[in-house]
Design a protein. Structure first.
Length: 202
């Protein structure tokens, strides 16, 4: 959002806030904003200042739009920054409760969404699977859209189930290596991944 209304910014759905007497109040995010617009039905997105003023959160001293690179001393000193408009609005309950569009679409169809956190690709076995499928695609595709539509399903089916199972166990060994404080790309790490341990052999 911009600090002032209008301009190039996304149109947000209506939000809500709780008043001082505990009443939950709906807050429209668009309006003519008193700009004297000639077209009364044209929507204008409110700016952050107006949104915060309506919630009683805009201080008389004003706020900057955002702290440069989130490095200002006041932002570093507190967990919930109250000194820039973007951080202040992002801490409000309705903004905190907002999920991404992808999650909304999936959940609206009664499916569960479980996003993986960000981590190294070697910890996710499906990365190995996709890598092997991409290699098949590179070797067997003429790189036209029609060829890709035929090759990609074949590439996904080309990886045998035992190989996928092996990828899964390799990822488990990577996880265990990190638990044992073995650094990535060291000889100890490579040897750890190559070693196979079971009740019959080491």
């Amino acid at each position: 959002l911009n600090l002032t209304p209008g301009g190039e910014q996304a149109f947000l759905r209506d939000g809500y806030y709780t008043t001082q007497d505990g009443m939950k109040t709906s807050q429209p995010m668009q309006g003519n904003m008193g700009l004297g617009m000639a077209i009364p039905f044209e929507r204008v997105q409110k700016g952050l200042r107006r949104v915060l003023e309506e919630r009683g959160l805009w201080p008389t001293s004003g706020l900057r739009l955002g702290c440069p690179k989130n490095l200002c001393e006041k932002c570093l000193a507190v967990k919930n920054c109250q000194y820039c408009a973007r951080q202040l609005i992002s801490n409000q309950p309705d903004f905190q409760a907002q999920v991404g569009m992808l999650m909304e679409v999936i959940q609206s169809r009664s499916h569960r969404v479980d996003f993986y956190p960000s981590f190294h690709c070697e910890l996710n076995w499906i990365e190995y699977y996709w890598g092997m499928a991409k290699r098949y695609t590179r070797d067997n595709c003429e790189y036209s859209i029609d060829a890709l539509r035929q090759t990609i399903p074949a590439a996904l089916a080309s990886v045998p189930n035992p190989t996928i199972h092996a990828f899964y166990h390799k990822s488990l060994r990577c996880l265990q290596a990190y638990r044992d404080n073995i650094d990535f790309a060291t000889p100890e790490y490579s040897q750890y991944l190559k070693s196979y341990k079971s009740h019959r052999r080491v």
